[in-house]
Write a protein that binds this ligand. Sequence first.
Ligand SMILES: NC(=O)C1=CN([C@@H]2O[C@H](COP(=O)(O)OP(=O)(O)OC[C@H]3O[C@@H](n4cnc5c(N)ncnc54)[C@H](OP(=O)(O)O)[C@@H]3O)[C@@H](O)[C@H]2O)C=CC1
Ligand SMILES: O=C(O)CCC(=O)C(=O)O
Length: 438
Amino acid sequence: MDAETDSKLKDALKNLDRAGKIAGIDPEVLALLSNPKEALTTSVPVRLDTGKLQIFRGYRVRWSDARGPTKGGIRFHPSVCMDEVSALAFWMTFKCAVANLPFGGAKGGVACDPRALSPTELERLSRSYGRSISLVIGPDRDIPAPDVYTNARVMGWIMEEYELTQGGTRQPAVITGKAVAQGGSLGRDDATGRGAYYLIKEMASRTHRELLAPADGLVTVAVHGFGNAGQHIARFLHLDGKFRVVAVCDSRSGVYCAAGLDIDRCIEVKSDQGILDAARIGGGATSIEPAALLLLDVHLLIPAAIENVIDLQNVGQVRARLVVEVANGPVTMDADRELAKRSIDVIPDILANAGGVIVSYFEWVQSRTGNWWSAEQVHERLQAKIASEFRTLVQVLKTIRERGHAGLDGSLGTLTFRDAAYCARATTDRCGYSGNGW
Ligand SMILES: NC(=O)C1=CN([C@@H]2O[C@H](COP(=O)(O)OP(=O)(O)OC[C@H]3O[C@@H](n4cnc5c(N)ncnc54)[C@H](OP(=O)(O)O)[C@@H]3O)[C@@H](O)[C@H]2O)C=CC1
Ligand SMILES: O=C(O)CCC(=O)C(=O)O
């Protein structure tokens, strides 16, 4: 990470600062959107299998509820801290605005390494954290979902703990990304990757036609991160037939094949072995370091793991023509400006990975109404929403490039898709701010 971006939140807030200048947003609105509405730090006591009691540190930050109840995932990872959770909650606020959902933004997490816990310890940790946040979450208040190293099972445990605080009544709308058997939605599991895939197809037909037919054959792709988001985006692009996924990696291992990887085989080996073992994958796959994958000469680079993987240290060596941020915050702001100078388009996280929260919204609606949708309905509505929000973004980018704000003096450099995303609804509906009552 760059020295000046060691605060993820400070770096994230630079987006709002730019949007304020570009669109001339009221300083009071900026002040409101620059601070969390509510931030909880909590102890998460867990009895380990050895009998020892361990106290973990848990967080839940509700950044803004101006558009509606707050929404955002729960992360179990050693790096979780107030700064990281706050940045993620800030991004959720703008993601829900860009996707035009009736939600504000939130995020939560526990500082832990779930891979080092036994299944029973993981359940006790999830339930303990669920009890700790029961006072702040609720179907009309704050609705969690999965994020890094959490999944549908963890969501189910948290939901059950919340239901105990509500007299044992069923409360499926308190959480999304739960199992379908517990009232979850069809199509939530692969929604983040699917949404990114629909977005890339929309870009190919509208703004980035080189993705349709590059001069040198199929569109080459590298995917950094091979969990829920990374596996699904890699699989959708591979199945499409117009893309050649040449490299994928997880936190410890990576594989490369210039002729294209068999993504189903990569998923099988990852799920059996826990790592991407080139020898087991076969088909000409060789090993590649995760850090080297980011620097491959490909058309499309898809960071789909964690924040700040492209920073000032390595941005000069990035050779991709286009970056689609499926992870949250994978490019630091300084690195983002460098890519803009080199005319490398970056499609920002707050739109590129919005498929997850869009289908979470669909799940919330279904959980509240008891009216269940087919997988086809979910996919169709997701595709329509992604396409329409991308068209809005293209229009906003055109507008800010043409007009800009009266006070703009050129010091902001090239205006990007990210700038458009932060200007899009902050200016049109001011995130629900009325200006009264303070
Ligand atoms: N799940 C969702 O619905 C959504 C997720 N996102 C974002 O997508 C990103 C990935 O989340 P998700 O796929 O759900 O998480 P998962 O826990 O399913 O997978 C995370 C993946 O990232 C890898 N990883 C972790 N650290 C590194 C690293 N330093 N270098 C390379 N790879 C690394 C992990 O490796 P390993 O397998 O070795 O542990 C794993 O493959 C996050 O930024 C998340 O916030 C955004 C919107 C929605
Ligand atoms: O599905 C959701 O509610 C949020 C998912 C999430 O955490 C994210 O989009 O970063």
